[in-house]
Design a protein around this ligand. Structure first.
Ligand code: LLP
Length: 410
């Protein structure tokens, strides 16, 4: 890590190709007993080179935006392994996915169904769709990443889905190929996932006669990983739970894993700027911040933070690891026991392969950190560090354009 930090600077995301590839293969093995398509949740890590590696293992993509669709396309995804989720697909996004002839749209509302039907009809194509069911099952995870309850914006209640299935039967521009469900993320208890899968299988049996083209049951993603002391289920138990519930339907199983594949493939490498104490606390101020890793500030998530070099003998302190961003919430880790660090010391923040770089931003005009892929004895820069010029490159021109009407709401 020392030479990576010297050559590439800090902060930096550092991923392991070997770990990613091992995770992909282990997932495939776990589901080998049943026809299953794994569509990687691109939002977890959307770097093109990272995606190429994922797709090279035969995985597809779960997308939620045109940007993700284009990334997946550039990275060589097989369009017949693409599912498109999300509660607010815009027309241009629907059109792009229709043109790509993806495996399925995961439809989340009545208005979306109408939009897809209209756009497919205009283009003279048939859209493959799945209805995303909201089973009103609590995934027992952080409320901010819970998606299977009626108080969230996701999916369709079964009663509405049942009615829509009747209507879809009459619409020649729609083909109902699947039923989908995703109840949340960082799930560490298999019970709600199993319950949701049984619910989906039962719902499938109920509506089967009205849905002759059904071939997929999509159980989403959500399997958690260990960040601290969680005990997430293993891949085999996870696969067993889903397969045993879905097998009676005979339909192909689709899953949309993100974190379980990517989370533990990478770290955020960061350097100590200095240590300060207040009457209340000790702060280790590092050069990585909430804009590089939002999870602790946003969800109070725990990420292990470890020194790159073994600490020598010296005083241990309890410290908060914080970044330079001007927000009290800019924290990477709270109350960590650590040998008193010195300026320049390197630390890695673990569990940064998923939802770290992909959620990064430039607040406080901080250029985004590079992404580096360690591959055996080599390291590849798969995203260069942003330069200061990158920060304002979209602000070069400020050409005046006439307004056709007054901006009353301004
Ligand atoms: N499928 C759908 C429809 C999703 O909404 C998600 C995640 C996934 C699959 C992948 O879930 P996973 O296997 O990664 O749990 N930013 C948050 C996580 C948000 C997840 C959103 N949806 C975090 O950092 O914890």
């Amino acid at each position: 890590m020392q030479d990576i930090a010297d050559a590439q600077g800090t902060p930096a995301y550092v991923y392991s190709r070997a770990t990613l590839s091992r995770h992909c293969e282990k997932l495939k093995q776990a589901f080998a007993a049943y026809p299953t398509l794994a569509c990687f949740a691109v939002k977890a890590n959307s770097n093109l080179h990272y995606l190429r590696e994922v797709f090279s293992h035969g995985l597809g993509a779960d997308l939620v935006s045109l940007g993700e669709l284009e990334r997946a396309r550039i990275a060589g995804v097989d369009p017949r392994k693409v599912v498109f989720s999300g509660v607010g697909k815009r027309e241009d996004e629907i059109v792009a996915a229709l043109d790509m002839d993806i495996l399925s749209f995961n439809v989340e509302s009545e208005f979306e169904l109408a939009n897809i039907a209209r756009l497919a009809a205009e283009r003279g194509v048939v859209a493959n769709i799945s209805l995303r069911i909201n089973p009103n099952i609590d995934a027992k995870t952080n409320p901010k990443i819970t998606t299977g309850l009626y108080n969230t914006k996701f999916g369709l209640p079964e009663a509405l889905a049942r009615r829509l299935i009747g209507e879809i039967g009459e619409m020649s521009q729609l083909r109902l190929v699947g039923l989908a469900c995703h109840i949340g993320s960082q799930i560490t208890d298999l019970a709600p996932l199993g319950q949701a899968a049984l619910r989906m299988a039962a719902f499938c049996a109920e509506v089967r006669s009205d849905a002759p083209d059904l071939k997929l049951i999509n159980m989403g993603g959500g399997l958690g990983i260990r960040y601290r002391d969680e005990n997430p289920p293993g891949l085999d138990d996870y696969a067993q739970t889903l397969i045993s519930a879905i097998r009676p339907t005979g339909l192909k199983l689709v899953i949309e894993p993100g974190r379980v594949l990517a989370g533990n493939t990478g770290v955020l490498l960061t350097r100590v700027i200095g240590v300060k104490t207040t009457p209340d606390k000790t702060f280790v101020v590092v050069d990585g911040a909430m804009n590089d890793l939002l999870r602790p500030s946003m969800y109070d998530s725990f990420h292990d933070i470890v020194a790159v070099d073994e600490a020598g003998p010296g005083a241990e302190v309890i410290a908060d690891f914080v970044g330079p961003v001007c927000e009290t919430g800019d924290t990477l880790g709270k109350n960590r026991a650590v040998a008193l660090p010195s300026p320049g010391d390197l630390f890695v923040v673990r569990g940064c392969g998923a939802y770290a770089a992909s959620m990064s931003f430039q607040y406080n005009s901080r250029p985004r950190a590079p992404e580096l892929l360690v591959d055996g004895s080599e390291v590849r820069v798969i995203r260069r560090r942003e330069t200061l010029q990158d920060l304002w490159s979209l602000e070069q021109e400020a050409e005046a354009r006439p307004l056709r009407s007054a901006c009353n709401s301004l």
